[in-house]
Write a protein that binds this ligand. Structure first.
Ligand code: NA7
Length: 563
């Protein structure tokens, strides 16, 4: 393994010939911190980023209303106390522009840009068994070799256009929330259609309604949403976090299920008297945010308890939305609350009281096709000047499988994962040595605070690489048995929850033909971290290590790889 640290730019690294220690794919929050840690331990790395700047999901998702659903004081890096003390969040829940500023600030503060190649997508990554090197190829035709390949590609980065006939014929403008134009869009005076009422649609709809002349919302599935009660950052609240950050970050690590501190409850909803339950739901509804789902400790495991929370939210919707027929359509009835990611909104249900907003129920009039001038359902043709697709992502695996990844003996990751992702700890797939996935399927990832999850993975991966360097190992690979046991465990803990009862993107249910497997780990971040730490402490049980045999002088330690 190369040991020197230098400030080689990505460009030099790409052309320099000497294999790098690490190639990182992606420069969102995961890629940025990964690069920083690698430098700190003296490993040479470069990152490729298909966007023209850092920020990942917050670089692409510029739709109006885009906002994080974890509070700013917690959706932030903890690795640098100076950073967390000095950075000032403007709002309780940061919006996309502020989050992008934060990512840029981190890149500058830690001088990360010089090792990031922007506007460059990795197309292929093939493992060369003889040299134990990854050979990586980009859409700009660059090729480089590195000992490790780290996928920091994000869980929600492969946006999906729906398979609706006629999109190509449409003569108006159309946009996907996950690929929003950087210059913004002015919808003034337009008839706008939105397809999709997940988090993105629910955030965008109130903003679009303020601009558009008429907004038509095409809803297939009604979603549960709780109010954010977003507000400018309260100085005293900010101070209370900053004064106690070390203790609070530690609490997030050892005493939460998701890495975010919520107000926990020791009570079961089914055991609470109805009036107390109601009072508790009301109190949390008024406070805002996902805290609502922590009102009782059995909401995600007991269907009866879950129903009490769902009933409460449906009652709120009926109270907010003036037209009872519209309220009924907006009240979700086909899945337990929280089994599709709970949405956090600002005036979403209130928006349906506006005269210029209309809800179209796709369950009674399914979309037939998009025409040159609008959208045809089974009942009507709706003329539209613009269509916003808030139709989601090929989550968790989409970005990874969008790259031609081949491991030992040329095995393709897409084939290894054809029946659903298989990975040990969500970190490594058997047969793919030296390929790490940050917040990969099989880890808590999207069920946790993403920055929290990223920090844990980055630190674990870095420690592992340093350990390998000290021991003289060239490759690490998950053992098949360890991987299979972990996958079985992930499924088992998911089966003990209500999560499987919804057709969610957690299960891949939103992508036709995708294997139906529950992808994130529901066992909680504490159990997960303990497992990862125990594996590391036991000299990485479940992984095996190899050293590349030394070649005679003059012989290249490589073989041709067809990229
Ligand atoms: P989601 O949560 O996957 O939501 C996508 C929405 O688009 C959802 O309401 C879908 O309805 C709808 N959809 C998808 N395809 C179609 C078609 N063909 N016709 C009609 N409606 C369709 O994506 P988001 O971007 O909102 O949020 C993703 C995550 O990002 C979110 O959970 C947060 O973690 C941040 P369906 O429910 O499938 O009936």
């Amino acid at each position: 393994m190369v040991k020197q640290t230098d400030s080689a730019t990505a460009a030099q690294a790409a052309s320099g010939g000497t294999p790098l220690d690490v190639v990182v794919v992606g420069a969102g929050f995961a890629g940025l911190y990964m690069l920083h840690r690698l430098r700190q331990v003296g490993l040479r790395a470069c990152a490729f980023e298909r966007g023209d700047d850092v920020g990942g999901v917050w670089y692409w998702n510029r739709y109006p209303g885009a906002r994080c659903d974890v509070e700013s004081m917690q959706y932030s890096y903890s690795f640098s106390d100076e950073l967390q003390q000095q950075w000032r969040w403007g709002e309780r829940f940061a919006g996309q522009p502020e989050l992008l500023d934060y990512a840029r600030h981190v890149a500058e503060r830690f001088d990360l840009r010089r090792d990031i190649r922007f506007g460059t997508a990795v197309k292929a990554a093939h493992y060369n068994q003889a040299s134990a090197l990854w050979e990586v190829c980009t859409d700009r035709g660059e090729r480089l070799r590195a000992r490790f390949c780290i996928m920091a590609t994000g869980c929600l980065s492969a946006s999906r256009m729906p398979d609706i006939e006629g999109i190509a014929d449409y003569q108006g403008k159309h946009y996907h929330t996950g690929r929003w134009p950087h210059e913004g869009v002015d919808f003034s005076g337009q008839r706008v259609g939105v397809i999709g009422t997940g988090s993105s649609g629910i955030q965008a709809i109130p903003m679009l309604a303020q601009q558009a002349q008429q907004l038509l919302v095409f809803q297939r599935t009604a979603n549960f949403s709780v109010p954010a009660r977003n507000a400018p950052m309260d100085d005293a609240y900010e101070r209370s976090w900053k004064d106690h950050y070390p203790a609070l970050r530690e609490r997030a690590r050892v005493d939460t299920t998701s890495g975010t501190i919520y107000e926990k409850s020791a009570r079961k909803a089914v055991e609470a008297p109805a009036h107390e339950r109601q009072r508790e739901f009301e109190r949390r509804w008024e406070k805002g945010g996902v805290n609502f789902m922590h009102a009782f400790n059995d909401l995600m495991v007991d269907a009866r308890s879950n129903e009490t929370a769902a009933d409460f939210v449906r009652a709120q919707i009926r109270a907010i939305v003036r037209d009872p027929a519209v309220a009924e359509l907006l009240a979700p009835k086909d899945h337990p609350i929280g089994t599709k990611r709970i949405c956090v909104d600002s005036d979403y249900f209130e928006t349906y009281n506006r005269d210029n907003v209309r809800l179209i129920d796709l369950r009674t009039e399914p979309i037939e096709r998009i025409t040159a001038t609008g959208l045809q359902t089974g009942r009507s043709h709706y003329p539209l000047d613009a269509i916003v697709f808030a139709t989601g992502y090929d989550a968790m695996t989409g970005a990874l499988l969008g790259i031609d990844i081949r491991g030992r003996s040329g095995a393709r990751l897409s084939e290894h994962w054809a029946g659903g992702p298989r990975s040990y700890l969500g970190l490594m797939a058997a047969g793919f040595p030296n390929l790490f996935t940050i917040t990969g399927p099989g880890s808590p990832s999207v069920l946790s605070n993403m920055i929290f999850a990223i920090e844990q993975h980055v630190e674990w991966i870095t420690d592992c690489m340093v350990w390998m360097r000290d021991k003289g190992h060239d490759s690490i690979e998950a053992e098949v048995a360890a991987q299979d046991d972990w996958v079985a465990h992930v499924n088992q803990v998911a089966d003990a929850t209500l999560f499987n009862q919804a057709n969610s993107w957690y299960l891949g249910a939103n992508v036709p033909g995708k294997a139906r497997v529950f992808m994130p780990y529901t066992g909680g971040v504490v159990a997960y971290r303990q497992k990862c730490d125990a594996v590391a402490d036991s000299a990485y049980q479940g992984f095996r290590f190899e050293r590349v045999p030394a070649k005679p002088a003059g012989a290249a330690n490589t073989q041709d790889v067809d990229l």
